[in-house]
Ligand binder design. Structure first.
Ligand SMILES: Cc1cc2nc3c(=O)[nH]c(=O)nc-3n(C[C@H](O)[C@H](O)[C@H](O)COP(=O)(O)OP(=O)(O)OC[C@H]3O[C@@H](n4cnc5c(N)ncnc54)[C@H](O)[C@@H]3O)c2cc1C
Length: 379
């Protein structure tokens, strides 16, 4: 059984009220126009959303990852694309919070907890799953780091004020690429957004290229030590980004459940509510069960993270299950609605597009299964 504390329930209510007032009424418009409503991010900041797990001394709400899941579930219930923008923002925040020096934390965290966007730029055209295949470079020239290359599929690419970026900075003794992470301010000369992708789902968050063209950085912009890039980016993705993406899928699952119940009660066929049909009840039962299973997995992963326990396998299970289940639930809910399921006045066809797009974000289902099985086989 999963019970939230009184404080967590209060937080949920605050976020739900905000979402119902500010986000739900424009969720369809956000999807159709596919622009990121930056002003909503600024409105969320005073509620503590933007730095929910960041200590208060750096401008955050001083809460944890369970509260992060709660926030993302509420937002994704109506606007999963916006929730994805927040997941990417949280990745940049988390990387700086966890691996930044005291000076870096003081310099960047208050800014990005109070309305500025952050993000994490790892993926390159050559491949996202193949982490060591990245070709962007960083070279020390006259005491400055000079970065060149191109990142793709980067969420918040066109609205970031602080970007955490990985590049190759050399090779280790065995000839393997040495990857390092840097903090780059969005307006640094040479750091520019490139092509903006048109996504099938999760629209309303920018996903696009980041071009690095002779970006000159002081050694103070290095996050951790040279060679820490793998630890930082895989740690951020593995324990935080994937928990966040699972939470976004959880919001979609709740949307499917609530929409299926509402429609089944309101739609009258053969003179009776649709909910009288047993196949419709089965869809509702499946939606309820998938939501509950995803909820338990996701909050369990976040709880382990809050307790400082290893959770890579649990996070991967939550991400794998919640994202795949959200696709099935959206399809089932469309089936339940008959022809109305494909009419875009209803949100369910958007839920399907959003759900499908959660699968590659922060690592594909194949990669999640590789991690889950690997952890099991090592036991
Ligand atoms: C909406 C969205 C937002 C994103 N946001 C960001 C972001 O903010 N920052 C960022 O850096 N990246 C981001 N990404 C990129 C994302 O992390 C990659 O798309 C993902 O890691 C997959 O990489 P790829 O697209 O290059 O596919 P590939 O790695 O080319 O994979 C192709 C196929 O091969 C399979 N495969 C690959 N390796 C293995 C393996 N070892 N074993 C079995 N199968 C394998 C994959 O599962 C897939 O089916 C985002 C992607 C999306 C869709």
């Amino acid at each position: 059984m999963l019970e939230l504390s009184e404080q967590q329930e209060l937080m949920r209510k605050v976020v739900r009220d905000f979402v119902e007032k500010e986000i739900a009424p424009i969720a369809r418009q956000i999807d159709e126009e596919d622009t990121c409503p930056v002003e909503l991010f600024q409105k969320m900041a005073p509620l503590g959303i933007n730095g929910v797990f960041v200590p208060a001394k750096y401008g955050g709400a001083g809460l944890g990852f369970t509260e992060m899941v709660l926030v993302l579930e509420e937002i994704a219930r109506h606007a999963a694309g916006l929730a994805l923008g927040l997941v990417a923002h949280y990745m940049g925040v988390y990387a700086i919070m966890t691996w930044g020096s005291e000076e870096q934390k003081q310099k960047y965290l208050p800014r990005i907890c109070s309305g500025g966007f952050s993000g994490l730029s790892i993926t390159e055209p050559g491949g996202g799953s193949d982490f060591t295949g990245q070709k962007s470079t960083g070279q020390l020239v006259d005491g400055e780091w000079v970065l060149n290359g191109r990142k793709c599929f980067i969420t918040n690419s066109h609205c970031m004020s602080v970007n955490v970026v990985t590049v190759r900075t050399g090779e280790d003794a065995k000839g393997r690429p040495q990857i390092s992470a840097f903090i780059i301010e969005g307006d640094t000369p040479g750091h520019t957004p490139g092509r903006k992708e048109k996504k099938a789902g999760l629209r309303g968050s920018y996903t696009g290229e980041i071009i690095l063209n002779n970006v000159r950085l002081s050694p103070d912009n290095l996050l951790g030590k040279p060679g820490d890039g793998a630890k930082i980016s895989l740690g951020t993705l593995g324990e935080m980004g994937r928990t966040g993406t699972a939470a976004a899928a959880l919001g979609i699952l709740r949307g499917c459940l609530e929409e299926s119940v509402k429609y089944a009660k309101e739609r009258i066929i053969y003179g009776k509510p649709l909910s009288n049909l047993v196949n419709i009840q089965m869809i509702i039962a499946q939606n309820r069960t998938d939501y509950e299973a995803a909820r338990l997995l996701t909050y369990n992963a976040a709880g382990l993270k809050d307790a400082g326990k290893p959770c890579a396998q649990e996070v991967s299970m939550a991400k794998f299950f919640a994202t795949e289940a959200s696709v099935k639930a959206a399809k089932r809910t469309m089936d339940l609605m008959g022809g109305y399921g494909v009419i875009t006045d209803y949100p369910v066809s958007r839920f399907l597009r959003d759900a499908v797009a959660t699968i590659p974000a922060c690592g594909t289902s194949h990669i999640m299964q590789v991690i889950i099985a690997g952890a099991e086989l090592r036991k």
